[in-house]
Design a protein around this ligand. Structure first.
Ligand SMILES: [Zn+2]
Ligand SMILES: [Zn+2]
Length: 587
């Protein structure tokens, strides 16, 4: 058994000990139900604990209630936890029927660690301690087993797959209830669930893990967002380009990606004796274009933009809906080639554009991380080039951030292999932190790839490159957007903006007329003229989070009006179509 380090306060420490002890009780309950179960490990985690088991048969959520009842009974038995030091030989004897424990004993013995076992009732576990003294200290109403998942022994997919049972535990029942309510809300906002309900995307085993399929509604959202970014970027002086999905290995050799990024890239078989890779990044392609487009300082800054689809070899265990995919990862990518003296101005320009876009998209809960090299850490070999140049670049970022009124958290060791970067961090509904967007300063690759321009003095110089993706990848960004808005996308992004619903078939012809009128004006409109009741149609449309519902019955057909309902506001009364159109953003 392992326990999490650093519980801060005394109460937190008590709760931590209770969670740890509950993991033991879970193992006891499982052994009672399945005496032949094999035990893995059972650590505490945020808000609770888990335990891994090899079970003789699959279990369901319903079994969890039975296990919980057994655990509650064990709490009532007021069992003591008693520890004892043992030798490796003694430990091996006691756990002779527990192969995973034997694995651990062997490993600990090799490391020369002292072995301890803890007994509660008739159950003994290999464990380094950190329990309550008696189960009477556990509140039987403040814990719950929450879910079942698969997990490989030691996280290694070549080893046996175990059943992981998760639980949460708190000091009071009220805290437990609040936690469960927050969890249910988070689940409702989970982009994988919303993506399914709103017809945004799907995943299919037939296609393969990590390759999402954008459904018609999702393609609309992605397309509208891309168009929006394109308008903003073109107005800010970016020039759009496009590049292909494959490239020669020599290109990535030159850029350094083959050296630093090889495990993340998909390599194709040698073709006509040449090695090919699936594009893992757009930069090298843009760098090649730079060599065609730039001769002198007069051609700078050059801002090349591309919603470029790239592919990365992500581990299957890390894939997560649209948040983490293998491809295409459609980056909102751009590279800005700039003379040294203009770096700060250009960097501040990117920050200004980012702030404007995030404000317009009403994004909340994000923060800035300045990712720096760690020249003393164990990965120091990752950060190439000369140190003063890195420090200069980091200072430029600090200065640009300060001027833009942005606070940054510094993170040594998180830099790219070619320079420091400013990452925009955000938390998903499950509490996991991810980088949503990034602005990076590249002090290395321009030199490595021989990018030059003639400066004012007629001398050759290397530009600095800013790699930036203001909304990161469209996949991850839309996942965040779905979670932040709970699927209530703003009008301009909504796949269906207006639904026309008929009260009875006497209004069908008029409803069709309204529908055609809206569609002709470019409003994404749906017509719902089935025989279902109007109540049912309204509920179904509300579940689709459609911004406006127009309800038409016989009365509306006669008076040539519509009854308007707005998402989140309800009934707005009746209006003519012209009045309604004036209300719509951009119409
Ligand atoms: Zn323990
Ligand atoms: Zn790049």
């Amino acid at each position: 058994m392992m326990s999490n380090p650093n519980p801060r306060t005394e109460e937190a420490q008590r709760l931590e000990a209770a969670r740890h002890s509950l993991a033991h009780l879970l193992a006891m309950a499982v052994l009672k139900k399945f005496p032949s179960a094999k035990l893995g490990i059972g650590p505490t985690i945020e808000n609770g604990f888990y335990y891994d088991f090899k079970l003789p048969k699959a279990i369901s959520e319903e079994d969890l209630r039975g296990l919980e009842a057994t655990m509650r009974a064990l709490v009532g038995e007021k069992l003591d936890f008693e520890g004892e030091k043992v030798t490796a030989a003694e430990a091996k004897r006691r756990f002779k029927d527990q192969p995973f424990k034997l694995d651990l004993i062997k490993e600990y013995a090799k490391e020369g660690r002292e072995l301890t076992v803890y007994r509660s009732g008739n159950f003994t576990d290999l464990c380094k301690g950190g329990h309550i003294t008696n189960t009477a200290a556990i509140n039987p109403d403040a814990f719950k087993l929450t879910k079942i998942a698969g997990a490989y022994w030691r996280g290694d997919e070549k080893k046996p797959q175990l059943t992981r049972i998760y639980g949460v535990a708190f000091t009071t029942k009220k805290e437990l209830d609040e936690h469960l309510a927050a969890l249910a809300e988070a689940e409702k906002r989970d982009h994988r669930r919303l993506g399914e309900e709103l017809g945004i995307f799907m995943l299919s085993e037939k296609v393969g893990a990590g390759f999402p399929l954008w459904l018609p509604n999702g393609e609309i959202v992605k397309h509208e967002l891309q168009e929006y970014l394109r308008r903003k970027e073109v107005a800010a002086g970016y020039r759009y380009v496009s590049t292909g999905a494959l490239a020669s290995g020599a290109l990535y050799e030159a850029s350094g990606h083959k050296k630093y990024f090889k495990d993340d890239m998909y390599r194709l078989l040698d073709i006509e004796g040449k090695e090919l890779f699936v594009k893992p990044m757009n930069c090298p392609h843009h760098h090649v274009m730079y060599q065609k487009l730039v001769q002198s300082y007069r051609d700078l800054p050059l801002r090349l933009a591309e919603p470029g689809g790239i592919y990365r070899n992500e581990r299957s265990g890390t894939l997560h809906g649209l948040m983490r995919v293998r491809g295409p990862i459609t980056q909102n990518d751009a590279h800005i080639y700039v003379a040294r003296n203009d770096l700060e101005k250009e960097f501040a320009g990117v920050l200004g554009l980012l702030k404007e876009i995030y404000r317009e998209l009403e994004l909340k809960n994000y923060w800035f991380r300045l990712s720096l090299p760690d020249f003393a850490g164990k990965n120091k070999a990752k950060f190439g080039g000369d140190k003063p140049l890195w420090e200069w670049a980091a200072d430029v970022i600090r200065e640009a951030a300060k001027r833009s009124g942005i606070e940054v958290v510094e993170a040594p060791g998180e830099a790219a292999f070619y320079g420091p970067k400013l990452d925009i961090q955000m938390q998903n509904v499950l509490g996991k932190e991810d980088t949503i967007a990034t602005i990076q300063v590249d002090v290395l690759v321009p030199k490595r790839m021989g990018l030059i321009y003639i400066n004012k003095e007629g001398k050759e110089e290397h530009p600095i490159v800013i790699h930036r993706a203001i909304v990161g990848s469209y996949e991850r960004f839309i996942a965040f957007l779905l979670e932040q808005t709970a699927g209530r996308l703003p009008f301009w992004l909504a796949p269906v903006q207006v639904a026309v619903l008929t009260v009875s078939d006497k209004a069908t012809r008029y409803a069709e007329e309204v529908f055609r009128n809206l569609a002709a004006r470019g409003v994404r409109t749906a017509l719902e003229a089935s025989a279902d009741t109007i109540g049912k149609k309204i509920r179904a449309s509300e579940l689709q989070k459609i911004p406006y519902l127009l309800i038409v019955g016989e009365r509306e057909a006669q008076s040539k009006t519509i009854a308007v309902r707005e998402r989140g506001k309800g009934d707005l009364g009746s209006a003519t179509l012209a009045e309604f159109l004036r209300r719509l953003p951009g119409h």
